[in-house]
Design a protein around this ligand. Structure first.
Ligand SMILES: Nc1ncnc2c1ncn2[C@@H]1O[C@H](COP(=O)(O)OP(=O)(O)OP(=O)(O)O)[C@@H](O)[C@H]1O
Ligand SMILES: [Mg+2]
Length: 1037
């Protein structure tokens, strides 16, 4: 199952490899080594063009960087770009000058050795820009301490100063460096830039006194005039208009739109302050600069003897003032020459031409030496006084190979310099390349390359080389001229394979070489030099007389530049050629001890236009930069090689055996990897420490597969990382939650403690209050008592009786008994009042009756308590049930109450059904239609009932009245009601409740007895004694 999966994966990788190969071709290759047609210049140019059109200006040849000047801002030098390249493996990212810079820096840091980056190319190809980009890269990306910031600023700001004094507008470049520059950047053991050192080479002094059409003098002159403060210019005796100065106006382009001299002046002035120039230094420096301008404006005329005179000494005075010399002495030095005869000095006048020559020589010498002084001064400010060991990265921004229509002494020197650098390249690259195959034990076919040592020898060999011959010619007594020099060359090196003159060339070459010219076959091609001016430039003669004046100058710069020792020395100073040769050989010594990196700059067109790709011009540069040769050797047999570790590191994800870690020897890992991804045996070789891949397409395929697998890896890494982040976040939250919880619990616990403490105090106070509750109100019990009161009162709310009959009452604490009683009474009163208010008139009447009943019977007669529940009726007989006759008899009296009763005869105690009818006036005992007895209330003596539960009542009437029938003995079911009604109508307390028996009047003078007692059943009967016995059942109550 697993192997099937693997097979599918492999297939996928292969498919992907083939799919993207063509896509890559469309944007060219990032490394020329990967070109299939690596020997074809057309393919080379084609790739360069493809990339240039896409604004991809950088391409590698192995570790060499080819850069094409874009002539436009591409936005590829931002800080984020710098950060992108920082510490990244060289081939991981697209080619960039930052990659070169970073690679050199990393190697320097890790191996603690010195490096240099050689930047070459023709004028305007972008060398200076590249070197500035590198410097900026270090300034931004290197670690920095605050105290060393000044060193970094000085390194950066030395550039504008040097450019102002050493750069000029030429036809080829508006900011052309007219000197070679080698700058060491020194780093401490931590990789912090701590200092620097600059060496300058062969400044083009002739520019000070002469410029071709369309070119300018060094920038500083124009900057001073355009930007210098008015007082400074006045002090220097200068006007703002550069046209007024002969040395500035010969090229007819003193004003150049692409250059902003005023702004540049500000930059330069600012830079001066950073790199430690004092006001006195600047005064002296600009004194020299101004005096050069004044010198240019000195005109010589011929007097009668043919000698030079200066009609207008105005300029002389200014120069004398600025340089601190005596004007007549200066004037004499410019127009006379000291000739040393055997024992004495003879002063002889000069012709105007020779004076002009002397003037120009003075201007050149003054400027040239001041430039050297300036470089030294900058070096003083860059020097790091700390003596600990430092490593350096050198930046060599040097003129490239130059071939013009007319080539002079300068081109000769420049091209010689390039030959020397090519030598270095051969030593360090081509030879090294071949040596690598050998040390790695790889079989390969040796590549033939041209070793230009033979040309270097032709130029520099002691006593035999062209420079030696030139020197000889310069010091030879007798009339030496450029022509005699050429003849000597023909004589001495005429047979050299790389040397040619018109005379030696024979009929074929004649057309191409002039009479005054010689041709050198440089490694980069033929160049024809015109010998005119060779001797003069090589001599660089400054008349002794002028030297003496300058030695005595008050200007400290000149005094430092022109030493008296030089005058006293009898030895001839070395010629320019020899000086240059010596400085080059010491440069090579410097370089040879360091690890090289190369940047080859190419200029895409001669018109400084963006996006214009001039094939012809570029082919020419490719040729003389030796790029094809370099590529050929780089590719000799194998397009690509990489240390096992690095190869494995990059591609290990393509093979399950090597991913994510390979623990065995890297070589074996690589073997496993390439076998897995299916390299054919012809496609690669394994060396001792490196893998060598023969075809570019193999590498592409691997690279594409890597690209493809990267996405999968990225997804996996992303997922893992996101998971990790999620987990981390979760753990963080959980921890936070736990902490919060703990704190919250703490808060709660603290609150609880407080609450309990408070509670304890309250309880304690409460207990104390309780103990002292019976004492007079005081601090010990006040709170308790208030609390008890309040609590009782509040509690009482819920226990107040709801009605009058509710006798319940909340038991008061001892101290509140009085209050409680008062409250209870109040409450009761209130309830009663409330109750009373709610009672209707009828009910009140009814209650009054009950009250009356209560007064009569309460506690006196059995059964009363039971009767309480039974409400009294208005009447027990409807008026309709009373016979109309009776009503008639009663007459106008209203029947107030009627109730059925049993009447017992007074004599025989016979029981008869009757009605007792009560009116306001009297009580009537009624037998259906007859009134049996009328008892007027006024005659009523009393009413008696027994104390037992029987319903017997006796209405006593006055016995005197014999008309009357005697007392009425009645039994009534509603005895309480009937008696009460009667009493209310009688309006007197007439009732007596008797115990045991009662007497009643049967008639006048006759009395009967009624005996009451209890028995098992109710009975009324006449006993043997003739008494009425009333037996009632005992009620419980
Ligand atoms: N990488 C670049 N990006 C944008 N413009 C560039 C770049 N390199 C060079 N240039 C443009 O090209 C001009 C010339 O470049 P530079 O001065 O570096 O040339 P050079 O090789 O030093 O020439 P010279 O030998 O004359 O000193 C610059 O002023 C700038 O306008
Ligand atoms: Mg330059």
């Amino acid at each position: 199952m697993d192997s099937k999966k693997e097979e599918v994966r492999r297939k996928h990788i292969r498919l992907h490899m083939e799919g993207t190969l063509t896509a890559r071709d469309k944007v060219g290759v990032q490394d020329f080594v990967l070109l299939d047609a690596h020997t074809s210049e057309a393919a080379f140019v084609d790739n360069l063009r493809k990339r240039f059109k896409e604004n991809l200006i950088y391409t590698y040849i192995g570790t060499l960087l080819v850069s094409v000047n874009p002539y436009q801002e591409l936005g590829i030098y931002t800080v984020s770009q710098m950060e992108l390249y920082q510490g990244v493996n060289f081939f991981e990212l697209p080619p960039h000058v930052y990659a070169i810079a970073d690679n050199a820096y990393r190697m320097m840091c890790s191996e603690l050795n010195n490096h240099f980056i050689l930047i070459s190319g023709e004028s305007g190809a972008g060398k200076t820009e590249a070197s500035k980009k590198i410097l900026q890269y270090y300034a931004v990306t290197c670690p920095m301490t605050e105290s060393l910031q000044i060193a970094r600023d000085r390194l950066l700001l030395s550039n504008p100063v040097l450019e102002a004094f050493g750069n000029a507008k030429t036809l080829r470049n508006d900011n052309s460096s007219r000197f070679g520059k080698y700058m060491d950047i020194q780093f401490d053991f931590q990789g912090v830039p701590v200092g620097g050192h600059i060496i300058s080479y062969l400044i083009e002094k002739s520019r000070v006194v002469y410029q071709n059409q369309g070119e300018r003098n060094f920038h500083i002159f124009y900057q001073l005039l355009a930007g210098g403060e008015a007082e400074r210019l006045a002090y220097l005796g200068l006007e703002r208009d550069p046209q007024l100065y002969k040395y500035l106006s010969q090229g007819h382009c003193a004003k150049e739109s692409s250059l902003n001299d005023k702004n540049e002046w500000k930059t330069v002035s600012n830079a001066f302050s950073v790199i430690d120039f004092t006001e006195a230094d600047l005064e002296n420096l600009f004194g020299v600069i101004a005096s050069v301008l004044h010198l240019g404006n000195i005109c010589f005329q011929e007097d009668e003897q043919g000698c030079a005179t200066v009609p207008d000494t105005h300029e002389i005075k200014w120069i004398a003032k600025l340089l601190g010399v005596y004007p007549p002495v200066l004037l004499e030095a410019l127009t006379h020459r000291k000739i040393e005869a055997k024992t004495e000095e003879v002063i002889c006048p000069l012709t105007p031409e020779l004076s002009a020559y002397a003037r120009d020589a003075m201007a050149k010498a003054v400027y040239g030496r001041t430039f050297t002084w300036l470089v030294n001064k900058i070096n003083c400010s860059l020097v790091n006084k700390d003596v600990t060991k430092k490593t350096v990265i050198g930046l060599l921004d040097i003129y490239g190979f130059e071939v013009f229509d007319k080539n002079g002494f300068e081109q000769f020197c420049i091209n010689y310099c390039n030959e020397k650098l090519q030598q270095l390249l051969i030593e360090r690259t081509l030879k090294a390349e071949q040596a690598e195959y050998e040390t790695e034990g790889i079989e390969w076919e040796p590549i033939q390359y041209f070793n230009n040592k033979i040309i270097c020898d032709l130029v520099e060999e002691r006593h035999k080389g062209i420079i030696s011959i030139l020197d000889e010619e310069c010091i030879r007594p007798g009339p030496a001229t450029d022509v005699s020099f050429l003849e000597k060359l023909e004589d001495r090196v005429g047979r050299h394979a790389h040397f040619q003159t018109r005379k030696l060339a024979g009929p074929k070459g004649r057309k191409r070489i002039g009479w005054m010219e010689f041709q050198l076959l440089h490694y980069a091609g033929e160049v024809t030099y015109c010998t005119k001016g060779f001797l003069e430039k090589n001599n660089d003669l400054l008349y002794r007389h002028l030297k003496e004046v300058l030695c005595r100058s008050d200007n400290s710069i000149l005094r430092e530049c022109f030493l008296v020792a030089e005058l006293e020395s009898r030895r001839r100073p070395p010629t320019v050629g020899t000086q240059f040769k010596n400085s080059l050989s010491s440069l090579l010594e410097i370089l040879i001890s360091k690890e090289p990196s190369y940047i080859r700059c190419i200029k895409p067109n001669a018109t400084k236009e963006p996006s214009k790709f001039d094939d012809f011009l570029i082919r020419h540069q490719i040729k003389y930069l030796g790029l094809m040769e370099h590529l050929r050797v780089r590719r000799a047999g194998f397009a690509y090689r990489r240390k096992y570790e690095h190869f494995l590191q990059r591609y290990k994800s393509l093979c399950p055996d090597t991913w994510p870690h390979w623990h065995g020897p890297p070589g074996e890992g690589v073997q496993r990897l390439v076998t897995y991804i299916g390299y054919g045996p012809e496609e690669y070789k394994l060396g001792k420490t490196k893998i060598f891949i023969r075809f570019p397409r193999t590498l592409f395929a691997t690279e594409d597969a890597f690209e493809f697998s990267k996405h999968q890896l990225v997804a996996r890494i992303q997922a893992t990382y996101k998971g990790c982040l999620g987990r981390r976040e979760y753990v963080k939250k959980r921890r936070a939650a736990t902490k919060l919880e703990a704190h919250w619990r703490g808060v709660l616990a603290r609150k609880e403690v407080q609450r309990r403490r408070w509670a304890v105090q309250v309880i304690r106070r409460f207990v104390k209050g309780f103990i002292h509750r019976d004492e007079p109100l005081g601090p010990d019990n006040e709170e308790f008592i208030v609390f008890v009161r309040k609590n009782y009162i509040l509690n009482l709310r819920y226990h107040v009786p709801k009605n009058v009959l509710d006798k319940s009452w909340l038991r008061p604490p001892g101290i509140l008994e009085n209050a409680s009683d008062l409250l209870r009474a109040m409450c009761l009163r209130n309830l009663v009042r409330k109750y009373c208010r709610g009672v209707t008139a009828e009910r009140r009447a009814l209650m009054q009756e009950k009250v009356v009943a209560s007064e009569i019977f309460r506690g006196k007669k059995e059964g009363y308590a039971d009767s309480l529940n039974q409400p009294f009726a208005d009447s027990r007989i409807d008026e309709g049930d009373i016979h109309p006759k009776v009503l008639q008899l009663i007459g106008s009296e209203k029947v107030e109450y009627g109730v059925p009763v049993i009447k017992y005869d007074r004599k025989g105690f016979k029981a008869r059904q009757r009605q007792l009818v009560l009116t306001r006036e009297a009580a009537y005992v009624v037998d259906v239609a007859k009134v049996k007895q009328k008892i007027e209330y006024s005659e009523l003596k009393g009413v008696s009932t027994s104390s037992l539960s029987d319903g017997l009542l006796v209405i006593h009437v006055s016995p005197e009245d014999h008309k009357r029938k005697g007392d009425a003995v009645l039994q009534c079911e509603h005895i309480f009601e009937a008696v009460t009604k009667l009493v209310m109508l009688v309006k007197k307390d007439v009732v007596s409740v008797v115990q045991g028996s009662l007497q009643f009047s049967i008639g006048p003078g006759r009395e009967g007895t009624i005996v009451f007692h209890t028995g098992p059943e109710e009975q009324i009967y006449k006993d043997k004694n003739g008494q009425l016995r009333v037996v009632s059942v005992r009620r419980k109550s």
